[in-house]
Design a protein around this ligand. Structure first.
Ligand code: XLS
Ligand code: NI
Ligand code: NI
Length: 434
């Protein structure tokens, strides 16, 4: 099959002028003893690559999909699988992610939808075996169908809750069938529009019970990959319960779910939450809970989840600094939860988009590795806290000090001498490597 009018995308190096080549992503090149492909673990999202027609609130889809007859037939769904694997092969991406309803149609009843899913999963399984591609994570779409307008696991309606549970049960089983490495929960409708009609406490209790049932079912079927929660503050809900990394961690702790979950952090969600990506990654990593990454970016001029491809090298450097410093991604990966602009409607634009993201991350990886090996940045930070390494600071850290002790010390010590935070100097230092 040949729906993408190009050969396999090859690494040609930084001087190549061929837009359909990698300038920096060289899969087998070793960075600090580990290949780029192992460091970066790129994944492609089925929903954006195969199903996103590129519509916006003011106009319909523009994407050319000559392989797609636009129907809800299983046959059409099976054909998309071939096209998707052609795409993966040509771009050289070895992991992918899906929602149940991306890969197979939602039909008129649950049994029919599940049967359709089984047929597509069987084909995905064959394709995985044939190519070595792996499922990074699966998830259930609990936000598109009108039944989920008021939530899935936080719906005020118990029948909807049960339907959502049935869908997640099936999606988990399909993930297991495909040897998926993880399973994600993103709660698009798990939140509210107004507290006038919402019992927040009850909804959160229901959500936690739902996740506990998912954990129990995973045990039952022998699925041992981690569950991920993907924080996002809003859109589509006005207020989502999984609003940012800190809120998710608090929720998981409160309800005894920490050991079964990690976080899947998405750049555009971080910025919608009023944080930087770096912040969200650090919060997750500090708790030992950084599992996977949805690698995209937003647009500062547009206030929604624009899901753009990450091309900003400063951003990819910051991401890779955290990833490297925490020892690298293990079950997770860098999933391009990103779509083309509505104007980029040709199939080849999918190639250009992913090439850009992969090259930007390859550069981020190389730069972050160089910054870490150079050591000056880490030394500065370490030195900034040097007063806690000995004397009074060491005693504070070891918990020996009381307010009474510290008052006595401060009274005799006089006015503290503070060193510069050095922000501009450090910004210049980072720029040395870009
Ligand atoms: C939407 C989310 C979604 C999740 C998977 O904003 O990013 O795509 O990654 O449900
Ligand atoms: Ni996402
Ligand atoms: Ni998103």
């Amino acid at each position: 099959m040949n729906y993408f009018n190009c050969d396999k995308i090859a690494f040609e190096g930084a001087n190549s002028k061929n837009p359909l080549s990698f300038k920096h992503y060289n899969a087998d090149e070793l960075i600090n003893g580990k290949s780029m492909r192992e460091h970066l673990r790129f994944a492609a999202p089925y929903w954006h690559v195969m199903r996103n027609v590129l519509s916006d609130p003011f106009g319909g889809g523009t994407a050319q999909m000559p392989w797609d007859d636009g129907s809800d037939s299983v046959e059409n769904a099976l054909k998309r699988v071939d096209v998707f694997f052609e795409f993966l092969d040509k771009i050289g991406i070895e992991y992918y992610c899906w929602h149940d309803r991306d890969i197979a149609p939602e039909l008129n009843d649950l049994a029919a939808s599940s049967a359709a899913l089984d047929q597509v999963v069987a084909k995905l399984k064959d394709k995985q075996a044939e190519t070595g591609v792996q499922l990074l994570w699966g998830t259930a779409c609990l936000f598109s169908h009108p039944r989920y307008a008021q939530g899935g696991a936080t719906s005020p309606n118990a029948d909807v809750y049960a339907y959502a549970a049935a869908q997640v049960k099936k999606a988990l089983e399909c993930t297991k069938e495909l040897d998926g490495l993880g399973y994600t929960f993103w709660g698009g409708r798990e939140g509210y529009s107004t507290l006038l009609n919402t019992d927040m406490k009850r909804e959160l209790d229901h959500l936690a019970a739902f996740l506990h049932m998912a954990v129990d079912h995973a045990k039952k079927i022998g699925f041992d990959g981690p569950f991920y929660i993907e924080p996002k503050p809003r859109e589509p809900s006005t207020h989502q319960y999984d609003s940012d990394a800190a809120a998710c961690l608090n929720f998981l702790r409160e309800y005894g779910l920490m050991e079964h979950f990690q976080l899947n952090i998405e750049t555009n969600h971080a910025t919608l939450a009023g944080h930087t990506m770096e912040h969200e990654l650090r919060v997750s990593a500090n708790a030992g809970m950084l599992g996977s990454i949805d690698a995209n970016r937003g647009d500062e001029l547009i206030g929604w989840d624009t899901d753009q491809f990450p091309t900003d090298i400063y951003l990819t450097t910051q991401v890779m600094l955290v990833v490297l410093e925490t020892g690298g991604l293990t079950t997770g990966g860098l999933n391009f939860d990103a779509k083309r602009r509505r104007e980029s409607h040709e199939p080849l634009d999918l190639m250009h988009a992913h090439i850009g993201g992969m090259d930007a991350f390859a550069r981020g990886l190389k730069i972050a590795d160089a910054i870490i090996r150079d050591g000056r940045l880490a030394d500065f930070v370490k030195d900034r806290y040097a007063t806690f390494d000995s004397g009074i600071g060491a005693k504070i850290e070891s918990g020996e000090m009381s307010f009474v002790d510290l008052e006595k010390y401060a009274l005799s010590n006089g006015e503290p001498a503070l060193k510069s935070g050095g922000q501009e100097m450090l910004e210049n230092l980072v720029n040395e490597f870009l």
